[in-house]
Each structure stands twice: as C-alpha cells, then as structure tokens.
Write a protein that binds this ligand. Structure first.
Ligand code: KIV
Length: 279
C-alpha cells in the first residue's frame, strides 16, 4: 500500500522530514519510488524540463494527465501529487473541481495549486468533494514570473506577514500540505512553526518540514536554468553525452554490435538458405 495524505501529515507530527521529488515519466518515477522518496510530484515544471517551454504557462491538462498516468504506473510506495496547470483552476470553481477530478482519475492521490488567500474558496470546494489539496505559495511560477520575474519572496516585514497569513488561510481551507518556494529561510521557518500542516520548501531553507527538488536539477540534466537552491547530486548530462559519443564511435568502428548482441540461425538452416540463393 502506498503512502497516504495522512501519513504525510503524521510525519510532521512525528518530526520526520519529508522528501519530495518531481516525476514525469515511468522510468525515473520507478527509481524515485524504489529510493523511498515520500512524495512524487508531477509538477507543471514538466513544461520546461520535459517539453522545452520557457516557463510553465503552456502546459495543458492533457499533458498533465499523461505525465500523471505514467508516474502512477510506476509508483508503489510514494504518495502521488499532481499540479493543476495554469488556467485549469483560476477561472471558476467548476473548472477547478473538474480538472482536479481528471488528475485523480489519471492516478494522482492529491492535487497542487498555486495561490494564497485568493485561492482559499477554491481549495475549500475541492477538499469538500474529497480531493486532497497541496497549496503552493511564495514564488508562484505560474504568475510571479509574469509580474516580478524570478524573485525571492518574503524579504520584508509586510511581504513576510502576507505569506504567514496566506499559509494560515490555506490551512483553514483544508490543505494537507503547502509547497513554499523561494522564501527567505527565516520566514519559511516561522511559517513551518505556525501552521500544523507540513511545509515543503524549495529554495526556502532547512527550517521547513520537508524539501522538494526538480529531479532534472538534482541529477544535473537541465542546463537552461541552474537555481542557487538546487543541489546537484550528480552531473548526469556529462555521463549521458559521454555514453552517446562512445556509442556513436562504436557504430562507426564496428565495435558495436558484438556477438553477444546479435542472433544466429541454425548452421543447417543457413546451409539450406545459401544453397537456395546460390551463395
Ligand atoms: O512544478 C514544480 O516542479 C513545482 C515544484 C517546484 C514545487 O511546483
């Protein structure tokens, strides 16, 4: 049985740190699940790291459902949370409920959406019909980029107070957890101590209840943007390019394929074939 939303809530109560990683495809999701990652997040960052868009705005519901289905086929133990993409929930509560339902049918256990107090009513409506919601405040890739570009949030007393109020409102609205992106670490720690639901930080310091990273950042596979907060655990791009160069050279030199990679006919059948074609 895979982890439940309640298991994640309990981890905060038991003072256990929560590990979250983004996942978009079957192969990598299987490895994340095997590694014991608590939550797989099908983030709309898929638009950038999987589809090559400049930002997350063009990601569609169809694409999010496809990524969610692939990850859900892979996961055995982790909780699976999927992002509601830009404009799939902002225009109406009806949109938000319908699209949350689509992600759940695609295999998600919960949905995530961006926005503070302005989203409280929408969150309440989704939670009321029984779909768990993860909030997302601080830097909000779907909209903060439009107004401010990439900017650390909560650096002044007033913006910090707004973030604390937003977190409390989301908690009241019924979220089971909140992603907190690029917020000064002091404010992130205060928020984590203020609300009862787990705060999952990204670029928000060590005081959060858990951490999330984009898997391509962690593996060193995405070169376009290298955020300061994204710790690289390996440099997979280099290894992949080196392996592909080796492969190309082996093809050119005839070193690949070797005998262990091909299939043979029975000697007798080959003889008959040669006789027939006069070889
Ligand atoms: O889409 C995403 O990857 C996210 C995380 C950065 C929290 O929302």
């Amino acid at each position: 049985m895979h982890k439940s939303v309640q298991d994640i809530i309990n981890m905060k109560k038991e003072k256990k740190k929560i590990s979250v990683i983004t996942s978009y495809d079957y192969s990598l999701a299987s490895l994340c699940d095997k590694a014991g990652i608590d939550v797989l997040l099908v983030g709309d960052s898929a638009g950038m790291v999987m589809l090559g868009y400049e930002n997350t705005l063009n990601v569609s519901m169809e694409q999010m459902c496809m990524f969610t289905e692939a990850v859900s086929r892979a996961r055995k133990n982790s909780l699976l949370v999927s992002d509601l993409p830009f404009m799939s929930y902002q225009a109406s509560i009806e949109d938000a409920i319908n699209n949350s339902g689509r992600l759940i049918k695609a295999g998600a256990d919960a949905v995530k959406l961006e926005g503070g107090s302005i989203m409280a009513e929408t969150i309440r409506a989704i939670v009321d019909i029984g779909i768990p919601v993860m909030g997302h405040i601080g830097f909000q890739p779907q909209t903060t980029t439009l107004s401010q570009g990439y900017k650390v949030q909560g650096k002044t007393k007033d913006t910090a107070m707004k973030l604390i109020e937003d977190a409390k409102e989301l908690e009241d609205a019924g979220v089971f957890s909140i992603a907190l992106e690029m917020v000064s670490h002091e404010v992130a720690e205060i928020i984590s101590q203020t609300v009862s639901v787990p705060i999952i930080g990204i670029g928000s310091g060590v005081g959060c209840d858990g951490q999330v990273l984009v898997i391509q950042d962690l593996l060193g596979m995405y070169e376009k943007i290298k955020p300061k907060f994204a710790k690289r655990y390996m440099n997979l791009s280099e290894d992949i390019i080196k392996s592909l160069e080796d492969y190309k050279n082996d093809v050119i030199s005839g070193k690949f394929p070797a005998e262990e990679h091909w299939f043979s006919m029975e000697e007798e059948e080959l003889k008959k074939l040669r006789e027939q074609i006069g070889g």
